[in-house]
Design a protein around this ligand. Structure first.
Ligand code: HEM
Length: 257
């Protein structure tokens, strides 16, 4: 069987596909979180970072497409494997069920996965398309003037004085609703829970998990997921607690829109 046919047509191939796309998606969410944490610095940081990403133009679209393809393949492989496991009550299903201890996280993979997917669609509507609530008007966002240059790896990529989107204000306004913030916190909590089993399962599939260090791997996965949850929580949490405030006043939520 050629490698592509192996990935798509065999059960183990689909598990490898899930693990590899999982690695890419974990890379994306870590990068996204690190970028987002710049919200705790001067607005030049988050706004310069968003401007830098938008300046990448076609490269940004290649990256977006890569992430989208990974999401689609991950969900497809998960669905096919679940249906197969349900259908096969024979020896293979027994073996799969006993390779990793069935934890609550492993039994909830489908439910947590579905909520995370719904969250991502809401999140795109909220911050990327600016259509989910009335405090985000993309047309009002192009008013922030960079006060200092933004650098990546020491290279200036956005000059001082450049007019950029005020992503800093947009995120803070977006989290002023406790309901929206709570939804984010719950969704990121479920995503962290999904990752807990996902990481172990990924190591197992790729042959990087042995009985000798299974306990250590579980601890590392736990610490990673707890830290991921905590740092994500700090953003909406700080806005709702009034500790993170909008610094430029031009972007306001217009009632009734
Ligand atoms: C507190 C948590 C989060 C904050 C503050 C946040 C913030 C943002 C912002 C501001 C954007 C729009 C960027 C722009 O258009 O310039 C964005 C896009 C996005 N976010 Fe998040 N995000 C958070 C959590 C997440 C999580 C947990 C996921 C994935 C499960 C995620 C996935 C995405 C995706 C896929 C995009 C679209 C990227 C693109 O358009 O290129 N975000 N996020």
């Amino acid at each position: 069987m050629n490698p592509i046919a192996f990935l798509f047509r065999s059960s183990i191939g689909r598990k490898v596909l899930m693990a590899v796309t999982g690695v890419v998606l974990i890379g994306f969410i870590i990068g996204h979180l690190v970028g987002n944490l710049q919200i705790f610095q001067h607005p030049d940081h988050l706004n310069g970072y968003a401007q830098f990403l938008h300046q990448l133009g076609p490269l940004l679209w290649v990256a977006r497409l890569g992430v989208l393809v990974c999401v689609v393949l991950h969900v497809w492989a998960a669905t096919v494997l679940t249906l197969e496991n349900r259908a096969a009550r024979g020896a293979e299903a027994y073996a799969v069920a006993h390779t990793l201890r069935a934890t609550l996280s492993s039994r909830m993979m489908r439910q947590t996965g579905v909520v995370v997917l719904a969250f991502v669609i809401y999140h795109l509507a909220h911050f990327t398309w600016g259509v989910a609530d009335r405090s985000h008007f993309k047309e009002n966002l192009a008013h922030y003037t960079m006060q200092s240059e933004y650098r990546v790896a020491g290279f200036p990529v956005v000059k001082a004085g450049t007019e950029v989107l005020d992503v800093h204000s947009m995120v803070i306004l977006g989290f002023q609703s406790p309901v929206v913030s709570l939804f984010y916190i719950v969704a990121v909590g479920l995503l962290s829970f999904h990752l807990l089993h996902g990481i172990e399962s990924m190591f197992q599939t790729l042959g990087w998990r042995s009985e000798r260090w299974a306990g250590g791997l579980r601890k590392i996965a736990l610490v990673f997921c707890a830290a991921y949850f905590f740092f994500n929580l700090t953003i909406p949490g700080s806005v709702v607690a009034g500790r993170l405030k909008q610094q430029s006043a031009h972007l306001v939520a217009v009632p009734g829109r």
